[in-house]
Structure formats: structure tokens, C-alpha cells
Design a protein around this ligand. Structure first.
Ligand code: HEC
Ligand SMILES: [Cu+2]
Length: 398
């Protein structure tokens, strides 16, 4: 199904609307196909209805001396026709659109998680190992007579991602509402304070045509640059709240990660907070203390761990994802795990956003559904194969 829409021939409308920004993935091509389908559908009916209207206006216009034609007031066949055709067309659009939407919002479990922070007026990306990219570039590269790079103006951050990989974004804003938009992927998502949002995308396999010019050295390198914009009007410098996503070969990505490796790994930093503040009530080995254990186990008390559903006191259940953990830390009584007392103090105001990120990284690391497993391991190959099998499985399901 995905294939058919994706491989639609580029028609005039497509060239007119999407210009030279090719869809970077199958999911993005799906959006293009659907968008064009709906546009052509609308054009067809617009032309049909307007022509009929003009035709009838002329044909049945009032003429002196000619009595008005009596108009029929009911035609069952016609009414069924113009009820069923539009509503079933809408239903088809809805189903196709919903499929496209879920393929972007739900990413495979093995997807690499990239954290995005939006603030007035810049984007920061944090990699699974806790590093943030120090590299930036200006809009264009300018050199003087002596071949020195003299590019001036705003510097935009560059986010490196490996080719042929599923990426999942976990985003939050420190101030107002922003919107993370990657035109190449035809996807944008609001980035808001105090709650994580996100979407996923898979990076393309690079071809020999995919190159970029390194701004400092002028070297032509294998890779593919894609723009990121803020799509929510967020103040003065909104129009320049941009960044570059640079898809590069795996080796280059791994090398960048090694070069930028940081002070303290987020998991280690999270473990430190756990030992200091949480360990009296939370174990990570399956033992029940005052609070539930954090690792993924199923025992008489229920199922625990990141990525598993939590059964709550009020009988409902909730997926243990990053938003759930965040809320459990800041507002512990909002959701009480079944079989436990509401005995946990709130850490609102005591832990920074970074602390919370680190604790969540630690909690993820003790679950067998850790989204970043394989990312921080020595062999990056393991992570890649895992991603491929996952994709293959997903493909054979549909
Ligand atoms: C005084 C004991 C106590 C301390 C200290 C404590 N908690 Fe809790 N925590 C609990 C209890 C009891 C529950 C279960 C009831 C509930 O859901 O609020 C819980 C539940 C949780 C949950 C939900 C667990 C799940 O599996 O669904 C998370 C997450 C959590 N705590 C995080 C923390 C973090 C992070 C810290 C340290 C910064 C911490 N807690 C410190 C007692 C504590
Ligand atoms: Cu913004």
C-alpha cells in the first residue's frame, strides 16, 4: 500500500508545491501522494460543480414571457449518490491519512532516541550518550581572496544522525510553544513546556550524489543536509530558529560521538541521583520497597519497568513512557501504582530538567525495553541489525 502512493509519478502539482525538496523517506512520500490525491480530488469536484452551476444558471435563467420551470423537490437516487460518494471519499482520505500519521508518530522500539530542546530561539539536540553537537554553520559559505572562510551572521546548529537508522525525537520547550519541522520528512510537531512530544523518521541510505560542503574546510563530504525550522510563531527571531539535520555514514557518526563524549554519561548521572534520593524506596533488582522496583519484572505485585503498562489504584492502566515517569517524579500522587501507598514526596523544584532526563535514562537502562539499548554499546553493528529486523517484521505485518 505504502509503495503505490509513494511511487506516484511527479506531476505538475507536485513540482509546483514541493519544488526541489524531495521526500526523504517512504512515510514522507506517502504524505506527498496523499496530499496530491486530495488536491486533485478537490480540483476535480471544484471544476465539476462550478461548471454545472454556471451551466444551470444560464440554462434556467429567467426570461421575459417564459414561465419558470417547476423544480422537482425530491430525487432519491440523486440524493443517495451525493451522500454516499462524498462521505465514502472522506472516509478513504481519513484512513489513508491516519495510516500516514501513525507511521510517523509510532516508531519502532529499536529507534535511536534524540532529545530536542527548543527555546527562544534555538534548537539543542542531545544524543544518547549525553553529548550535544557543538558544530554550527551559517546560511552560506563565503571565502575571501586568501581563501579564508568569512561567513558571518547567525550560526545554525548541525545535528548529525547516522544513515539508514530509525530516529525517535523526544522534545520539550523551556519557554513558549515551538514546533519542530523537517520539511524533507513532511512532519512537524509542537514542542511545548512541561510535556514531552515527539515523532519518528528513518534516515535514508546515502547515495554517491549525497554530499555536503564542510563550511570550515570547503571539503566535499558524503552526507545529506536537511533543514529544520520552527513552525510556530514564537517571537522576534522565530524565522531564524533553524538547524540542520546532517545524515552521515555510520562511521562518521560514531566518530563524532566519540569526539564529543561528555563529562558524565546520562545513565551514570541518573544512577547517582537514584543512590542519593530514591534508593531508599526504589530498587532496581525486583525487590519491593516502599515504592515499586524500576527494572522490568513481572511478579505477584504486577508488571514493572519502562515500556510496560502500569496498573493503577483506580483500576485504569497507563503506559510507562517518558511522560509517565516525568509526572510520577513531579506529581507522584497523580497516578498511584496499584498495591502501593501514596507515600512518595514530590521532587518539583528540586530536580532540574536535566536531572529528570538523567533519571529517566537510568530507569530506561534497567528495562529490557530500553529504546537506546545498543546505541551506547561498543558494537554499533548490533544496533543496526536490530533496527533492520524490526523494520522487516513491521513490513511483513502490513
Ligand atoms: C519515601 C519513599 C519514596 C521515595 C524517596 C521515592 N519514591 Fe518514588 N514512589 C514511592 C511510592 C510509594 C510509589 C508508588 C505509589 C505511586 O505511584 O505514587 C512510587 C512510585 C514512583 C514511580 C512510578 C513507578 C512505576 O513503576 O510505575 C516513579 C517513576 C518514581 N516513584 C520515581 C521516584 C524517583 C525518581 C525518586 C527519587 C528522586 C523517588 N521516586 C523517590 C515512594 C518513594
Ligand atoms: Cu520557535
Amino acid at each position: 500500500m505504502m509503495q503505490t502512493l509513494a511511487s506516484a509519478q511527479p506531476d505538475i502539482l507536485q513540482k509546483l508545491i514541493f519544488g526541489d525538496v524531495p521526500a526523504a523517506s517512504e512515510a514522507a512520500a506517502w504524505s506527498d501522494g496523499l496530499f496530491l490525491m486530495i488536491t486533485w480530488f478537490s480540483i476535480f469536484f471544484f471544476v465539476l460543480l462550478m461548471s454545472l452551476m454556471v451551466y444551470f444558471t444560464i440554462k434556467y435563467r429567467r426570461r421575459p414571457g417564459v414561465p419558470a420551470e417547476p423544480s422537482p423537490h425530491h430525487n432519491l437516487l440523486l440524493e443517495i449518490f451525493w451522500t454516499v460518494v462524498p462521505s465514502s471519499s472522506m472516509l478513504v482520505m481519513f484512513i489513508l491519512g491516519f495510516q500516514g500519521y501513525t507511521s510517523k508518530v509510532v516508531s519502532p522500539d529499536s529507534a535511536m532516541e534524540l532529545k530536542i530542546q527548543g527555546s527562544k530561539w534555538s534548537w539543542i539536540a542531545t544524543y544518547p550518550n549525553g553529548a550535544t553537537s557543538p558544530e554550527t554553520q551559517a546560511l552560506s559559505r563565503v571565502v575571501d581572496n586568501e581563501n579564508h572562510v568569512v561567513t558571518e551572521g547567525k550560526q545554525y546548529p548541525i545535528f548529525y544522525v547516522p544513515e539508514n537508522t530509525d530516529i525517535k525525537l523526544r522534545m520539550m520547550s523551556t519557554d513558549v510553544i515551538h514546533s519542530f519541522w523537517i520539511p524533507d520528512y513532511r512532519t512537524k510537531m509542537d514542542v511545548i513546556p512541561n510535556r514531552y512530544t515527539g515523532f519518528g523518521f528513518s534516515t535514508p541510505i546515502l547515495t554517491p550524489n549525497d554530499t555536503y560542503v564542510h563550511q570550515e574546510t570547503g571539503q566535499v563530504m558524503p552526507g545529506r543536509d536537511m533543514w529544520v525550522f520552527c513552525a510556530e510563531y514564537c517571537g522576534d527571531d522565530h524565522s531564524r530558529m533553524a538547524a540542520t539535520i546532517r545524515v552521515v555514514p555510520r562511521e562518521l557518526y560514531d566518530q563524532k560521538m566519540a569526539d564529543w563524549s561528555v563529562k558524565l554519561d546520562p545513565i551514570d548521572a541518573g544512577m547517582k541521583i537514584w543512590t542519593q534520593l530514591c534508593k531508599t524506596c526504589h530498587e532496581t533488582n525486583g525487590t519491593r520497597l516502599v515504592g515499586p522496583t524500576w527494572n522490568s519484572v513481572k511478579n505477584a505485585d504486577g508488571q514493572f519497568g519502562f515500556g510496560y503498562e502500569a496498573l493503577l489504584e483506580d483500576g485504569s492502566s497507563v503506559m510507562r513512557d517518558a511522560n509517565y515517569y516525568r509526572e510520577s517524579i513531579l506529581d507522584p500522587n497523580a497516578k498511584i501504582v496499584k498495591g502501593f501507598a501514596p507515600a512518595m514526596p514530590s521532587y518539583q523544584g528540586q530536580l532540574s530538567e536535566e536531572d529528570i532526563d538523567n533519571i529517566i535514562a537510568f530507569i530506561q537502562s534497567v528495562s529490557d525495553r530500553n529504546p537506546n539499548a545498543g546505541e551506547d554499546s561498543e558494537s554499533s553493528d548490533a544496533g543496526e541489525t536490530e533496527g533492520e529486523t524490526e523494520e522487516a517484521e513491521a513490513g511483513s505485518d502490513s
